[in-house]
Design a protein around this ligand. Structure first.
Ligand code: SF4
Length: 376
């Protein structure tokens, strides 16, 4: 039995320090706390995000931030329009949303103030708001990622006991794209030893490629604090033969071994090539002052995405993130800086990055990015 508790939040729009180079968001917005879908691999139950005394309450007590739309209406006036991700640590279209309509009311405000949006969900309920999503796509940029990690009916009850069936999610991706809202599949996480077979990876990518604009690959499933406790409980009870393998793969670390992540990413990358589907989301292209600075900043972030993906190390492209952020915050045109021969004065921009920027400013493209996209 799920209990719903109405609460008043103090703030609702969280600004991130850096733009995310998977989902392209600069803000996060969570209008619920807790999630009824109760996925057993969910990392939103880690202590970092948790407010519950018992982590199992994450899916048994849902806090409904009833003042979220009202707060947002005030907060948007203080922030520049940029991509809002809904939601980092809950599903914005979990069953509670049918009645509460917080996500719908929030979207109405974001439309009114020209904020681009990225929705990450497992629910076809997102189609209810197609009118608003279409309008956001028309005004600025709107993307919806439906998470699908397997179509294996035997494993789903263990991993995602209360989420809508993956076939329904794929159908949702199809409908969204038909309606003019960019939609793809978020294949995250690839759960070790349960979902990491070549057959499972191929099946998800093959089926996604029929309807999705992209497939994001998340081979590095974390095991942190409560998330680790809960997941190991699941293994002990249902897959005891895997416990030792998990210990070998993770040791005491939060992430699986890097060589394992790279191997899976490479397999997934090759299947994306085989089925002709992107493994990344193209950067948002909404209008903003100094558009060229924004394009250069996003180019660097996309190169960083591929470096991280191929190395299995989320910190392997730190300079690209720093340079991207500096360029986005520049108070003048990047082209003027280039013409004064001062690119390397920008924080984070060294010789290599300055060459990438120069090529883009002169030729309007990047060979480096092209190589990253096309080959491993
Ligand atoms: S849908 Fe997302 S937020 Fe909800 S339990 Fe599953 S992984 Fe966690």
């Amino acid at each position: 039995m799920v209990k719903f508790v109405k609460v008043k939040a103090k703030s609702i729009l969280q600004k991130q320090k850096f733009r995310d180079n998977w989902f392209w968001n600069r803000y996060n917005l969570n209008s619920y706390r807790g999630c009824q879908f109760a996925c057993n691999y969910c990392d939103a139950i880690t202590e970092k995000y948790l407010v519950y005394k018992n982590y199992k309450d994450f899916s048994r007590i849902i806090y409904v931030k009833e003042n979220a739309p009202e707060l947002l209406e005030k907060e948007v006036k203080r922030f520049k329009p940029d991509v809002v991700a809904m939601s980092g640590v809950t599903d914005p279209y979990q069953p509670a949303e049918r009645k509460c309509k917080l996500t719908r009311n929030i979207l109405k405000i974001l439309v009114k103030h020209n904020f681009p949006v990225h929705i990450i969900t497992k629910s076809d309920l997102v189609l209810r708001d197609i009118d608003l999503l279409r309008e956001i796509a028309r005004q600025t940029w709107c993307t919806v990622s439906l998470t699908i990690v397997t179509f294996n009916q035997d494993l789903l009850p263990y991993l995602e006991p209360f989420a809508p069936p993956p076939e329904k999610r794929l159908e949702t991706v199809k409908r969204l794209n038909e309606e003019g809202v960019q939609a793809g599949v978020d294949f995250t996480p690839i759960v070790p030893f349960l979902l990491d077979s070549v057959e499972n990876i191929e099946e998800v990518i093959r089926k996604a490629s029929q309807y999705a604009k992209y497939v994001l690959i998340g081979a590095a499933m974390t095991l942190r604090s409560n998330q680790r406790t809960r997941f190991l409980e699941l293994l002990h009870k249902n897959f005891p033969e895997l416990v030792r393998k998990y210990k070998e793969l993770y040791g005491k670390q939060e992430n699986p071994r890097q060589d394992y992540v790279v191997r899976l990413n490479k397999i997934a990358f090759e299947f994306c090539k085989k089925y002709d589907i992107k493994n990344y989301i193209s950067p948002p292209d909404f209008e903003r002052p100094r558009k060229e600075n924004f394009e250069v900043a996003n180019l660097l972030l996309l190169i960083a995405f591929f470096k991280e993906f191929k190395s299995g190390n989320p910190y392997s492209a730190w300079a690209y993130h720093k340079a991207s952020q500096s360029i986005e915050n520049l108070k003048e045109s990047i082209r003027d800086v280039y013409e004064r021969n001062e690119l390397e004065k920008i924080p984070g921009v060294g010789k290599n990055i300055s060459r990438v920027i120069e090529e883009f400013l002169i030729q309007g493209r990047s060979e480096k990015l092209k190589r990253e996209i096309n080959s491993w």
